[in-house]
Design a protein around this ligand. Sequence first.
Ligand code: ATP
Ligand code: MG
Length: 220
Amino acid sequence: MIEFSRVTKYYDQEIVLKDITISIDKAEMVFLAGPSGAGKTTLLKLIYCAERPDEGKIVVAGWDVRTLKQRTIPFLRRNLGVVFQDFRLLKNKTVFDNIALALRIHDMHPAEIKEDVYEVLEDVKLAHKAQTYPPHLSGGEQQRVVIARAMVAKPTVLLADEPTGNLDSDTSFNIMNLFRDINTRGTTVMIATHNEGLFQGSGSRVIHLKENEIDMETVG
Ligand SMILES: Nc1ncnc2c1ncn2[C@@H]1O[C@H](COP(=O)(O)OP(=O)(O)OP(=O)(O)O)[C@@H](O)[C@H]1O
Ligand SMILES: [Mg+2]
């Protein structure tokens, strides 16, 4: 589902990812670990095509990212759900509309949109907050809305960057369970984190980045 072959990425002259080869199967759940500055976010951005590799090949859901034209990127992104820290909710739209917006590009009937939005809101246990505006939600609730928004279009791949940063341990636990459910239903899930507690005891594959390279792979 996600293939990196000898991928290298520079920012200016500085090397950020060096000779990365990774293969992630459909419906796998994988953690990307490593200290701050190791290149985790950059690696996710390469998958999402927000950054391009300087060397090597990346194939995501059958799309060769290296040769993808700018106007084709939205088609790739329809297969991807993203939970990135800089993808914020729209403050002046309700929870319902924030999630529904992710479906509008799909040209769906309003009744169908409503059904799908409520389905994911129930998954994240926030159906009762559908008409609330994001500034009136707690941090953990906002994060669950972001996850619901990423899930609503039923992506084949879900990417999450520090999805539990700033959340208490109970909320983090619930969010991790949510990712596990999504994964069990067949979505490939990749989570970047420097919080080892997230994957310890998970039984999932952990790819450790260190100083811009893959250091080792373990099982959490
Ligand atoms: N847009 C950019 N321009 C230049 N350098 C960048 C850019 N984005 C990131 N970097 C640099 O690339 C390196 C890797 O950054 P990245 O954000 O991928 O790390 P990370 O592993 O996600 O760290 P953290 O755990 O702190 O989020 C860092 O040294 C960072 O300063
Ligand atoms: Mg990061």
